[in-house]
Write a protein that binds this ligand. Structure first.
Ligand code: XBP
Ligand code: MG
Length: 253
């Protein structure tokens, strides 16, 4: 077993709780901009999250939920244009500071850097969304903390396929057993575990009932010294918040 060398983070739901009040709002603003009567409420969006990728999610919506909307050869282009508008709305929303990092994330990133651990991102979302989140919820220079930002369409198959994690490992020239992955959803851990990565899961409102079979540890948040996490599955080794010491125990266990 190699020594722990790198941490690979999912973005949406893991670094920040971006779906309900971020992506979902941006999708609805794009639909409105295009004069469409499509509206994704919180419950419907929770169902649509079964499909990762915004473009794929809109196609799924038309296929399964809005079957009256007339689809034809121009629909893929409409989806592409809608997604560009949605990304603009989303990055504008992030620029207002509307979406903060989840508890413990900033502290853990600093601790990881101080411990000499390499950092990477493996996400389904669009690259522009990652830089906008890091710039606005953390700092402009934090983008440079991540050796690899593997995002969106850079791989042929999105999560739950392992492609995005395999891409990140290859780009860092690291084997899976030298790393830990951080995820929030069932699609996410299927992807990270599919790339043979040990995974720590932090659940959120949309994913708390997901199946996280195979996770090294499932908690409700990274936690802080004065804000303990709740352990939902796995061995927390008596820790009450995620720090480097716990990560090294999970990695070597
Ligand atoms: C979450 C996703 C993304 C976002 C929307 O990604 O599935 O599709 O919901 O972003 P992850 P886009 O949890 O892997 O970070 O519209 O840019 O796809
Ligand atoms: Mg996620």
């Amino acid at each position: 077993m190699s020594q722990l060398a790198a941490l690979i983070f999912d973005v949406d739901g893991t670094l920040a709780d971006t779906e309900r009040d971020g992506h979902r709002v941006a999708f609805n603003r794009a639909f409105q901009e295009f004069g469409l009567d499509w509206y994704w409420d919180e419950d419907l969006y929770g169902q649509l999250l079964a499909v990762t990728g915004g473009k794929e999610r809109m196609a799924y919506y038309l296929e399964k939920f809005n079957t009256e909307y007339p689809r034809d050869d121009s629909t893929p282009e409409l989806i592409k244009e809608l997604h560009q508008a949605k990304t603009r709305h989303y990055t504008e929303l992030l620029a207002t500071g509307a979406i903060p990092l989840r508890p413990g994330v900033e502290r853990l990133l600093h601790e990881a850097r101080d411990a000499g651990l390499r950092l990477a991102i493996a996400t389904t979302t669009t690259p522009a969304n990652v830089t906008a989140l890091l710039e606005n919820a953390l700092s402009p220079e934090s983008i440079g903390w991540f050796e690899v930002i593997a995002a969106g369409d850079i791989v042929p198959a999105k999560k739950p396929a392992p492609d995005i994690y395999t891409y990140a490992l290859k780009a860092m020239d690291l084997s899976a057993d030298a790393c830990l992955a951080f995820e929030d959803s069932e699609n996410g851990i299927l992807s990270s575990a599919g790339a043979d990565l040990k995974t720590l899961v932090t659940t959120n409102g949309y994913t708390r009932d997901h199946d996280f079979n195979g996770a090294a540890l499932v908690v409700d948040q990274m936690g802080e010294p004065d804000q303990p996490f709740t352990t939902l599955a796995g061995n927390d080794f008596g820790h009450t918040y995620v720090n480097i010491e716990l990560l090294k125990k999970l990695h070597s266990n």
